[in-house]
Write a protein that binds this ligand. Structure first.
Ligand code: CUA
Length: 355
């Protein structure tokens, strides 16, 4: 073996080892995370996880049998050291084998169809005594309307534990297809413009469950995240009450930084896109952007992408498209309003005060 061959071989070996390590590292990312379908936190998510386990076990058995046969054959019929290569015996067709490897997968798939169809029917069961929420997918954020409770919010959904949440999923005509997915709480379901889909989610335990748009929907598909906060029922009722309270908008006589921000909110045209219920910025529900009535209560903004701290909000108001890829010229996302630092400081103070 010459030096060039040796270095080529070494490079290949290094690449192989590198890929193996990378695979192990990447596969470790999945366990225990807040967006992990393998740690279900609801009955429907458990049904799906159970189906996954059955499929995985069957696939593992098939894998071991097939790979075992390949390895066994490769070793058993290997050319021995010093042995001359034998002429290869030509085989044309083997009816018995061909029938066997056609029937075996067909039987496996037919067998798998039973629990699969069963799971589909179980998960499609009508929700009982449910909280109704209409979910609208937008490029690139989520709108939630609690139809019976009169609450409208964005990206962060709050639900009571142990109760079915009946989601009605849709998108505006002219928008694109999204997919609503909170892996620990249920399966995923497409959100189609001008069409209504339904999905039931629930949570067994209080906590924060992360989700993600699961259908490619343009530039900021990866930035279209969502959060579900599950609360004990009393805590959920308190949240609903806080959402129904009047917006904390400064009075006309107020001369604070917040009051200055409120004035800018109206004069700079923010209120053309963002509604604040019960105020002159209400907009009659026609606002294309997220409703901000109780924005100060939210942990995140911009498709649940950023923590709502002063630094992020200031950077966002200075140039939204630099924080998150959007196309404001095409009515997708927030435009750059060319605000000064003083105006930004006032608007941030106003937004954070919307408790
Ligand atoms: Cu919305 Cu991807």
């Amino acid at each position: 073996m010459n030096a060039a061959d040796r270095s080529k071989k070494q490079r290949r070996l290094r690449l192989g080892v590198g890929f193996t390590i990378l695979t192990l590292v990447v596969s470790a990312c999945g366990t225990g995370g807040a967006q992990d379908s393998l740690s279900p936190a609801s009955e429907r998510a458990r049904n799906i996880d159970g189906l996954f386990t059955i499929t995985l076990v069957i696939a593992a058995v098939v894998f071991v049998l097939v790979q075992g046969a390949i390895i066994y054959t490769a070793i058993k019929f290997r050319r021995k050291k010093g042995e001359e290569p034998k002429p290869v015996k030509q085989i044309h067709g083997n009816t018995k084998l061909e029938i066997a490897w056609t029937i075996a997968p067909a039987l496996i798939l037919a067998g798998l169809a039973v629990p699969t169809v069963q799971t589909i029917f179980e998960n499609a069961e009508e929700p009982v005594n449910a909280v109704e929420i209409t979910v609208t997918g937008h490029q690139w954020w989520w709108e939630y309307e609690y139809t019976d409770l009169g609450v409208v919010t964005a990206n962060e959904m709050h639900i009571p534990v142990g109760q079915d949440i009946a989601l009605t999923l849709t998108a505006d005509a002219g928008d694109v297809i999204h997919s609503f997915w909170v892996p620990r709480l249920s399966g995923k379901r497409d959100v189609v413009p001008g069409h209504v889909n339904t999905l039931t989610i629930s949570a067994d335990e209080p906590g924060l469950f992360l989700g993600q748009c699961a259908e490619f929907c343009g530039l900021s598909h990866a930035n279209m995240r969502l959060r579900v906060y599950a609360h004990e029922p009393a805590e959920f009722d308190a949240w609903v009450q806080s959402q129904l309270a009047a917006a904390a908008v400064p009075a006309d006589t107020d001369d604070s930084l917040r009051a200055e921000g409120w004035e800018l909110f109206i004069n700079k045209g923010c209120s053309a896109c963002h509604g604040i219920n019960g105020t002159e910025a209400e907009g009659g529900g026609l606002n294309p952007g997220p409703n901000l009535t109780h924005f100060g209560q939210r942990d995140t903004f911009a498709g649940a992408l950023f923590d709502s701290n002063t630094e992020n909000l200031s950077a966002w108001l200075a140039n939204p498209s630099e924080m998150k890829s959007m196309e404001p010229d095409l009515n997708r996302g927030m435009p750059n309003l060319g605000l000064s630092d003083e105006e930004i400081a006032a608007l941030v103070a106003f937004l954070q005060g919307l408790e």
